[in-house]
Design a protein around this ligand. Sequence first.
Ligand code: SF4
Ligand code: SF4
Length: 122
Amino acid sequence: MPYIITDPCIGTKDTACVDVCPVDCIHPRKDEPEFERVTMLYIHPEECIDCGACVPACPVAAIYDSPDSTPASQKDLIEANYIYRNGDEEAMARAEAIVRAHIEAHPDLMAIDPKERQAAHT
Ligand code: SF4
Ligand code: SF4
């Protein structure tokens, strides 16, 4: 099962996970033109090999090791990870719309510094 990026990435987006991923399945990378336009990064569900390298690399604990382990407050972002395809404008727009809806639905989480946000996941 693929790993899932969740909302502590919003406001962090430092690409530390990209640097350690052995199969380049986290996008957009900093050198891709889409990078400045997205709110967070996404893991391609079919390309992720479940190696776990990204989890300790993330400074804000944004990455869960499966959809099942993703907390209820973050379940909507599973779909965003699944939909996002770098360079596919429609897929990118759909994923980003989910993220925007997540931000609107969780002002409580968004008010927390990203470094502390994961601890508040329910
Ligand atoms: S678990 Fe491994 S393959 Fe999957 S996104 Fe993380 S680093 Fe990449
Ligand atoms: S390391 Fe964490 S915060 Fe940084 S881009 Fe990856 S998921 Fe987002």
